[in-house]
Design a protein around this ligand. Structure first.
Ligand code: NDP
Ligand code: 8X3
Length: 251
């Protein structure tokens, strides 16, 4: 019997790499979700019969309920849920940031994540097994200028993960918050800077960032630990990144 992973935000970046990582193992198959259908269809073409591609906006509660509540019978037993769909928008200080951007980050990173989780979790608990891997960020732990709402949404993801484990203890279902730092080669910064390619590229100049494949390997490792192990949270950064001193503004 094949084992099924469901990955949100699988049209690009981490999500696509995570889907490819699970599909590398012959006994796994993937339910993949995103707003853009074409990259999902290409993934399905590369792995005939092993991918269920679902065009889904995680912020749309009705669509999440309908789509995930009516999975075809043979795709219903989700063993691993990777809540990866998410984004940062803008890097302006709080008093200048776009309120629309703030709403979009909260809707996607928080509301979307809990909606998908709520749809998938009952089946896992009923089967007495399953792993939820939520993609947080170092930004959820370490404040930085311009991180305002993005960092706050990822702090939500971290605490929601811990509270999931408080509810799920003894159920056979476990949750992990994976918190990466600087990761290059995805659309993340391009999305953050609203399509400004030069500004996005500058983020990674002179660095060797983590890659989406590094994240995918780690998600796969977390989800394939023996069933009695819960990895509550895992933070990872490239060697070129570390912590800074606390800022003091002097007169
Ligand atoms: P990308 O922008 O490359 O990918 C984001 C994915 O999320 C896309 O597949 C996009 O698909 C999907 N997505 C966005 N909004 C929605 C939505 N409303 N409904 C469904 N899918 C959506 O970013 P990354 O791969 O770099 O980032 C993935 C996750 O990792 C995010 O949660 C991000 O916050 C987090 N992260 C990223 C880091 C980095 O440095 N890159 C570091 C730490 C965490 P589509 O547009 O087709 O809907
Ligand atoms: C992405 C990492 O430092 O750009 O979550 O916020 S950072």
């Amino acid at each position: 019997m094949p084992i099924t992973a469901l990955i949100t935000g699988a049209s690009a970046g981490f999500g696509l790499a995570i889907a490819e990582r699970f599909l590398r193992d012959a006994d796994w198959r993937a339910v993949v979700c995103a707003r853009r259908a074409a990259p999902l269809a290409r993934l399905a073409e590369r792995h005939p019969g092993r991918v269920l591609a679902l065009q889904l906006d995680v912020t749309d509660d009705a669509a999440v309920r309908t789509t995930l509540g009516a999975l075809p019978l043979e795709w219903r037993d989700i063993e691993v849920l990777v809540n990866n769909a998410g984004l940062a928008l803008g890097l302006e200080p709080a008093h200048q940031a776009s309120l629309d951007d703030w709403h979009t980050m909260i809707d996607t990173n928080c509301t979307g994540l809990v909606q998908v989780t709520r749809a998938i979790l009952p089946g896992m608990v009923e089967r007495g097994r399953g792993s939820v891997v939520n993609i947080g960020s170092v930004a959820g732990e370490v404040p930085y200028p311009g991180g305002n709402v993005y960092g706050a949404t990822k702090a939500f993801v971290q605490q929601f993960t811990h509270n999931l484990n408080a509810d799920l203890a003894g159920s056979g279902v476990r949750a992990t918050c994976l918190e990466p730092g600087l990761v290059g080669g995805t659309e993340f910064s391009n999305v953050r800077f609203h399509g400004d390619d030069a500004r996005a590229a500058a983020v990674y100049e002179g660095t060797q960032p983590l890659t989406a494949e590094d994240i995918a390997e780690t998600v796969h490792w977390i989800a394939t630990r023996p069933q009695h192990i819960t990895i509550n949270a895992l933070t990872m950064m490239p060697n070129c990144q570390s912590f800074g001193p606390l800022a003091i503004r002097r007169r």
